[in-house]
Write a protein that binds this ligand. Structure first.
Ligand code: NDP
Ligand code: MG
Length: 395
């Protein structure tokens, strides 16, 4: 029986994880659930899974949840990030599903790494912002790191992997990172000025949380994933090729030195990579419909349009700068939130990131404090650029 902590339980990744877990009560037991403010959803999940602990980031939400669960004496409700850091490291947790969105996911994931847990990593922002620190903590803590993000999960599936989960890259010539192209594939930059948050979140293939849906629409997500692949597979950006594949059936590929290209194919359903990570190195039923390759019919591939989607070009530049992706990711979080609340246009998102990259002193952060300080500076620079309306001028 593996004991699982699901961080970000009320989100898209959290729910998909709990759906797979529910299919295998003989293999998995949920011991910890966390969310931020979604009290109603957490109450339902706590009743269904009966974890030992439920942690809400927001203190008022924690008080409200505790009130609702007075009849469930087995579940202790806690509040705040510090509790979460401690609880993921407890001996009653074997695997930690890192499904919190954004920089807020960094601390508990680092804590799980320090405690040598098996980490099912969905939260890419943590790795992108603090890659060096994160990978070193995984190594020193003896943690097993398994990528949930579908592309990186595909790469992991196409590589020989050691018993500690570490991939063997020795004969690899190139990683081919696929991108769906998002809901606006084929559109020009100028035609995207007036797109709404609802349109940006309507992904053609995947059902995901709002932030990553907007990231997919701007292609910022592919920039974050480029950095994620560099850290996870110890490659430089020029050893990774980004290819748009609108059907989202091939989830990524590995080209070996003999010319062989291995790909992982599957339905665009996160339960497949989640089930792979939960059961690794075995396989379990994920509840996913079988892929019918004949009815899928065709697999198309094309180059990304960097002119229409400048966030990807910005990420490709930022990745070569010390601390650049920490600033990119923080500014992107601010810009996406501002777009979702109607403060800025879709086509302003890259301008906010660009302004933050220019306004922040870039340096490689070598400690958690340094990462947090750089993240904070980037957020302030992004907020300032939004407040000053700078993003409205130019393109
Ligand atoms: P969602 O927005 O659907 O869910 C986010 C979860 O994080 C919720 O449980 C939310 O709780 C919790 N949360 C939000 N803010 C905080 C905070 N400050 N402190 C603690 N918890 C917080 O996101 P997704 O599930 O879509 O994405 C999660 C992560 O996985 C992201 O990093 C994303 O990039 C990555 N990912 C997602 C994929 C997908 O298919 N969705 C695919 C690949 C990667 P509450 O409900 O209470 O707000
Ligand atoms: Mg992905």
């Amino acid at each position: 029986m593996r004991r699982i902590a699901v961080l970000g339980a009320t989100g898209s990744i959290g729910r998909s994880t709990l759906d797979v877990i529910q299919r295998h009560p003989d293999r998995y037991q949920v011991t910890l659930l966390s969310a931020h403010r979604s009290v109603d959803d957490m109450e339902v999940l706590c009743r269904a899974h009966q974890p030992t602990h439920a942690v809400m980031g927001d203190p008022d939400a924690a008080a409200a949840l505790a009130e609702r669960l007075t009849d469930l004496s087995a579940v202790t409700v806690e509040s705040g990030a510090a509790f979460l850091d401690d609880l993921v490291a407890e001996p009653n947790v074997d695997s930690v599903v890192a499904g919190i969105v954004g920089f807020a996911g960094l601390r508990p994931t680092l804590s799980a790494a320090r405690a040598g847990k098996t980490i099912l990593l969905a939260n890419k922002e943590a790795l992108v912002s603090a890659g060096g620190l994160f990978m070193e903590t995984v190594r020193q803590g003896g943690a097993t790191l398994l990528p949930v993000d579908s592309e990186h999960n595909a790469m992991h599936q196409c590589l020989p992997v050691a018993s500690d989960g570490r991939p063997d890259m020795v004969d690899v010539e190139k990683i081919i990172l696929t991108a769906s192209g998002g809901p606006f594939r084929g559109r020009s930059r100028s035609s995207l000025d007036a797109v709404t948050p609802a349109e940006a979140c309507a992904h053609p293939n995947w059902s995901m949380g709002q932030k990553i849906s907007v990231d997919s629409a701007t292609l910022a997500n592919k920039g974050l994933e480029l950095a994620e692949a560099c850290w996870l597979f110890d490659r430089s950006p020029d050893e990774i090729e980004i290819v748009v594949h609108p059907q989202s059936i091939v989830h990524s590929m590995i080209r070996y030195r003999d010319g062989s290209v291995l790909a992982q194919l599957g339905q665009p359903d996160m339960r497949t990579p989640i089930a792979y990570c939960l059961a690794w190195p075995e396989r379990v039923d994920a509840g996913v419909e079988a892929l019918d390759i004949v009815s899928a019919g065709r697999l198309d591939f094309e180059a990304p349009d960097l002119e229409a989607f400048p966030c990807l070009a910005l990420a490709q530049w930022a990745i070569s700068q010390p601390g650049g992706m920490c600033v990119f990711s923080a500014a992107n979080e601010i810009a996406v939130a501002a777009f979702l609340s109607g403060e800025i246009r879709f086509t302003d998102i890259h301008k906010v990131i660009d302004a933050a990259l220019k306004a922040t002193d870039l340096a490689e952060p070598d400690s958690l404090d340094a990462v947090q300080a750089l993240d904070q500076k980037a957020r302030e620079a992004a907020q300032e650029s939004i407040a000053s309306g700078l993003t409205r001028s130019g393109s």
